[in-house]
Design a protein around this ligand. Structure first.
Ligand code: HEC
Length: 116
């Protein structure tokens, strides 16, 4: 193997692989930094999962405490009714179908119906 002419090529290839490896490690490190840098945003998204945060979009029409504004009072309403309205809407009103769906709709509904 000592005088095998292919050895230099193998060495160069090994160097290349090592280089790719270290460069990608560097990339992972940078990604982590970026993720940490965006921490505020990550936390906000997590908070938005909460009913209290999600209903911020309803407040404009239903009032600060959801007791009525341009839209009717919805605080304390039956959760099933709220989910129904969010998913299916009320025709001819600003409550368009699919305003919220699935888990998000349920969380909002539970939160709103738990209010006074
Ligand atoms: C653009 C204004 C607007 C926004 C934003 C809005 N609503 Fe409404 N909503 C209305 C209006 C107006 C009505 C009354 C519709 C009608 O005449 O029946 C209504 C009706 C409802 C009803 C039916 C009330 C009842 O007594 O049956 C529910 C439930 C409801 N909204 C929930 C929500 C929730 C939850 C959100 C936030 C995700 C939301 N709305 C956001 C305007 C809005």
């Amino acid at each position: 193997m000592r005088n095998n002419p292919i050895v230099p090529y193998i060495l160069i290839m090994a160097l290349g692989i090592a280089l790719i490896f270290f460069l990608s490690l560097d990339g992972v490190e940078k990604q982590k930094e970026a993720a940490e840098g965006a921490d505020g945003a990550t936390t906000e998204t997590a908070d938005a999962e909460d009913g209290a945060a999600l209903v911020q979009t309803c407040i404009g029409c239903h009032g600060q405490d959801l007791k009525g504004g341009m839209g009717p009072q919805i605080a304390g309403l039956d959760a099933d009714r709220i989910v129904d309205v969010l998913e299916n809407g009320i025709e001819g009103t600003p409550m368009t179908p699919g305003m919220k769906t699935g888990d998000e709709a349920k969380k909002i509904a539970e939160y709103i119906s738990s209010l006074e």
